[in-house]
Design a protein around this ligand. Structure first.
Ligand code: ADP
Length: 427
């Protein structure tokens, strides 16, 4: 016990007294007063000092034990405070955060999740998809979550727009993040409306100007013939730009395109004929149909996207070059439409920007060949609406390959596939 440890023990005290008595006796017998006095005092002082240091050591022991446990408690307190800070910070974030367990039940959510997702306090821990039943987000949670939810109405207030992502958290949990993008979405809408309105407003006057220019016969005014021809060319360019801008505006406002069965083999042949017409014999154009599979999508839009790639290949490949229009299926069931050319090629720094509106590697070359700078942007939009993606590989001086990778869900077997398989089975 702590108090017993601090007391002097009886034995050293007895030794002390005995030494003192013996020293006085010896001093008396021998008559050595100073020597006896030193022994009589030195012995007890040593014993006394030893006892004192012992007592202090013993007295310090419980205190040191207390001190040893102190940092542990401080650490615990500090960790708890940190945990509280992290939770408070997450709670006060403007983005909705919901921690989900393996089965989709809500483990924890912040205040913004209650506000934006309208989670009811009564069933705070049930499956999130159930709590959001009837909303677009609830339906999205029941899908395989492969498609990102970049813009959808907030379940609590349809006038708010959300961008939602789900990511793994630890080994078992998932974290749902929903960001309020209403302001951004409104600005984007303003931009879209502006471009669509300007294009629409320009269309009629341009058609009128172009019509009048067509009426003018250069033979009537030979001195103005070159000017007239340039004016016609430029007005035609402007009309094409306006048409492409309107096409883009329409694509941007579409959520989906018609689901038709597109027979790829005849489409490849049509594309080849169009390329031949544009090339006028300057290129070697071939079709490499490695698959008979069909596509599920909009015939009109797919044709327009693919022919954009083919026309680019013709325009950016010098005379004598090769162009191969390909269609192949991959092992995972996906399929790729590709246009390979042996043309100018594009250096790496431009590749990621090619689908931006009006982005051109060489403006003069694009204009000379009748480009609007909007072709690849249209291709990207059409592919997005078909859950496809554009892959561009290119090397300056060696040529380019533009590939449209279509998801397996969009690929259909050849039309006569069922008949062929039945024949193979001898039915
Ligand atoms: P444009 O009407 O200018 O051709 P696009 O959007 O179709 O516009 O293409 C954007 C740019 O990408 C082009 O200006 C050109 O520089 C480059 N490009 C597209 N296709 C090819 C190609 N097959 N070979 C080389 N460059 C290409």
């Amino acid at each position: 016990m702590g108090s017993a440890n601090t007391r002097f023990s009886a034995w050293p005290a007895a030794i002390l007294l005995t030494t003192l008595a013996l020293a006085v006796m010896v001093a008396g017998l021998w008559g050595l007063t100073w020597w006896a006095f030193c022994v009589a005092l030195g012995g007890p002082v040593i014993v006394l000092l030893w006892q004192l240091s012992e007592a202090r050591t013993r007295a310090r022991e419980p205190h040191q034990a207390r001190l040893r446990s102190c940092p542990q408690r401080t650490r615990q307190r500090r960790l708890l405070a940190q945990l509280r800070d992290v939770r408070d910070a997450a709670s006060s974030l403007p983005d909705a955060i919901v921690l989900l367990d393996r089965t989709g039940n809500v483990r924890w959510r912040n205040a913004a999740a209650n506000r934006l997702l309208g989670l009811r306090k009564r069933h705070p821990d049930g499956p999130l998809a159930e709590q959001l039943d009837g909303s677009e987000l609830g339906a999205w949670l029941l899908t395989d979550l492969h498609q990102p939810a970049t813009d959808m109405p907030a379940p609590a207030d349809a006038s708010l727009r959300l961008a939602v992502t789900i990511m793994p958290f630890g080994s078992q949990l998932r974290l749902l993040l929903a960001r309020d993008i209403s302001t951004l979405s409104r600005l984007e809408q303003v931009r879209r409306d502006f471009v669509a309105n300007v294009s629409h407003e320009l269309r009629t006057p341009l058609t009128v100007i172009h019509g009048y220019l067509e009426l003018l016969d250069p033979a009537d005014m030979p001195e103005l013939a070159p000017v007239l021809s340039e004016m016609r060319l430029q007005s035609q360019r402007m009309r094409q730009i306006v048409e492409d801008l309107l096409t883009l505006s329409r694509l941007e406002t579409r959520e989906a395109l018609p689901d038709e069965e597109v027979d790829m083999v005849p489409l490849l042949e049509t594309l080849r004929r169009e390329a031949e017409a544009l090339s006028r014999g300057r290129h070697d154009i071939t079709v490499d149909a490695g698959s008979q599979a069909r596509l599920r999508g909009s015939i009109h839009h797919l044709h327009s996207a693919f022919s954009n790639l083919v026309s680019n290949a013709v325009r950016y490949t010098p005379s004598g070059g090769q162009i191969v229009i390909g269609w192949r299926q991959t092992a995972d069931g996906a399929a790729t439409f590709s246009v390979r050319d042996s043309g100018l090629g594009i250096s790496t720094e431009h590749l990621s920007r090619l689908t931006e509106r009006f982005y051109r590697v060489s403006s003069s070359r694009s204009r000379e060949s009748g480009g609007t700078g909007l072709g690849l942007s249209i291709v990207k939009h059409v592919l997005n609406l078909h859950q496809g993606r554009l892959v561009i590989e290119s090397e300056p001086g060696r040529g380019s390959t533009f590939s449209c990778v279509m998801d397996a869900s969009r690929v259909l077997p050849p039309e006569n596939d069922g008949v062929r398989r039945a024949q193979e089975r001898g039915l």
